[in-house]
Design a protein around this ligand. Structure first.
Ligand code: GBH
Length: 498
């Protein structure tokens, strides 16, 4: 058999998000977002820093595109800053042509470089105006109408050239980190040491529900008014790490499934299966909102693919009172005391390629949708305190990507999982939200004093790996056969078991 390859139309590229890289918060009429506000409050980010400058990518667009081209990526995943397009955010507020022009130029430059733009509409930077006006994501009717309006402006302005849309990045983080733990903007929480407002018992579930409906409404708009003419695909991307039983007991097995129900099933079950997970409903009772029949009809089937952001694997034990994890405890320490993998700079991340492959299988079996891996990455421990030359030799990150790329290939060829894209996180070191700038996820080192970019070894590793592993032949599919869900070829049935 010939060497195992990925299909010629497989997309690989780098990923970023507007607030993490752009800087220039006042340029060309941009309005403030909740992340401007939040990051400027004392004590909200690890180093007290904000996204005011970040990687200065608003001003370095041409340079960034040139580097992407040098890496040989086929695609670039970036997000649009809502408050550059509609500075105040709302459906009756003015549209900012200068903001539109900036992204339009970026898209043109990418296409000229033969790079497919892969666009996220919402990567956490809600216009502050909407939060102030009516409570942002807490206000169902208003936020859905305003998000759909914003999506329409983007489809109108960019849809002639953009054929891959993501409505939301990681609804779990929006809801739990923004309204439950209060560690991300807008920082609401029941923890009064963090926030004077908020109710962690109810607000995250309301916000998650409203984000699902906003996603489904924007996807419906695209499908009814744009898809036929523009011919693209639209979906949501969910964060979720593999959950494995800590030991072989039934209790741990159950705990692992419960963890998946709360991290992934919360969003994926309604969107792909048409209902919230049973366990989640049982645990939350009427704190978890319900869909009307019309709403669930809109939600069910609203994503053209499975958008997968994943970083690690957690070993699961029942117990604890962390409702956001489904009352499951996570650890990286095996029963025999050994660690699951290599520890990253962040507490929550260790390398484990087997888990990546298992998660691909789990999602494929349960949801039956082609998968776009829209984020996957690693922050090397203490990279910020290393001399530059040492930081550029990012062996732990190379090993992380090597393991996961090999797992991706095995999932494709040995397991029959349909995978269409892989986006390492991230193109550049950047503003890592509440962790500030010390945690570096980039395959490109950014010297923040000079804003100079230095490719790390991992960038060249990925560049070479995908060059060698993507088939060079033209795909042999008929033109009508697009990237929608396709029936399973191997006849396996969907099941939620590990
Ligand atoms: C992604 O989220 C983001 O999309 C991206 O913007 C970010 O830069 C990247 O990861 C790297 O962090 O123990 O409660 O604090 C990743 C998903 C989910 C991973 C929450 C960390 C910690 C949960 N994240 N998780 S908690």
């Amino acid at each position: 058999m010939a060497a195992q390859k990925l299909p010629a139309d497989f997309l690989w590229g780098m990923a970023t998000a507007s607030y993490q890289i752009e800087g220039s918060p006042d340029a060309d009429g941009r309005g403030p977002s909740i992340w401007d506000t939040f990051s400027h409050l004392p004590g909200k980010t690890a180093d007290g820093l904000t996204g005011d400058v970040a990687t200065d990518s608003y001003r370095r667009r041409d340079e960034d595109v040139a580097l992407l081209k040098q890496y040989g990526v086929k695609s670039y995943r970036f997000s649009i800053s809502w408050s550059r397009i509609i500075p105040l955010g709302g459906r009756n507020d003015p549209i900012n042509e200068k903001g539109i022009r900036w992204y339009s130029k970026l898209i043109d430059e990418l296409l000229e470089a033969d790079i497919t733009p892969f666009v996220t509409l919402y990567h956490w930077d809600l216009p502050q105006g909407l939060h102030d006006r009516y409570g942002g994501w807490l206000n169902k009717a208003e936020i859905i109408a305003d998000f759909v309006n914003y999506a329409r402006v983007c489809f109108d302005a960019f849809g002639d050239r953009v054929k891959h849309w993501l409505t939301f990045n990681e609804p779990w983080c929006i809801a739990i980190l923004g309204y439950g733990r209060g560690v991300f903007a807008p920082g609401r929480s029941s923890d009064r040491s963090r926030s004077s407002e908020g109710d962690s018992k109810t607000e995250p579930w309301i916000v998650g529900h409203n984000v699902i409906l906003a996603h489904a409404s924007a996807a419906a708009l695209y499908r009814t008014e744009y898809k036929q003419r523009q011919g693209g695909v639209i979906g949501v991307t969910l964060n979720g790490d593999m959950a494995l039983p800590w030991d072989d007991t039934d209790e741990c097995r159950e705990a692992a499934q419960h963890a998946l129900d709360f991290s992934i099933g919360w969003f994926a079950d309604p969107i792909y299966l048409g209902h919230y997970p049973t366990y989640q409903r049982a645990l939350l009772g009427d704190r978890l909102p319900t869909f009307t029949p019309e709403e669930i009809a809109l939600v069910h089937g609203s994503s053209d693919f499975y958008g997968m952001n994943t970083y690690t694997t957690n070993l699961c034990k029942p117990g604890g009172d962390d409702e956001f994890q489904g009352n499951v405890q996570y650890t990286f320490t095996r029963p025999d005391g050994t660690q699951l993998g290599t520890q990253a700079h962040c507490r929550w991340l260790q390398t484990y390629p087997e888990g990546f492959r298992l998660l691909l299988n789990y999602l494929w079996n349960r949801y039956n949708m082609p998968i776009y891996v829209t984020e996957n990455g690693f922050a090397v421990k203490n990279e910020s305190s290393m001399p530059l030359e040492q930081a550029l030799k990012d062996t732990d990150r190379v090993e992380y990507f090597q393991g996961n790329c090999e797992a991706l290939l095995k999932a494709t060829h040995e397991d029959g999982v349909q995978i269409r894209a892989y986006f390492p996180w991230s193109f550049l070191d950047n503003f890592e939200w509440a962790d500030g700038y010390q945690t570096r996820f980039g395959v490109t080192y950014v010297d923040y004093a000079t804003q100079k970019r230095y490719p790390k070894e991992s960038a060249w590793f990925l560049s070479k790996w995908f060059k060698e592993h993507i088939d060079s032949q033209e795909p042999t599919k008929c033109s009508g056969e697009q990237v929608h869900s396709m029936p399973r070829a191997n006849g396996a049935t969907a099941n939620g078991r590990l």
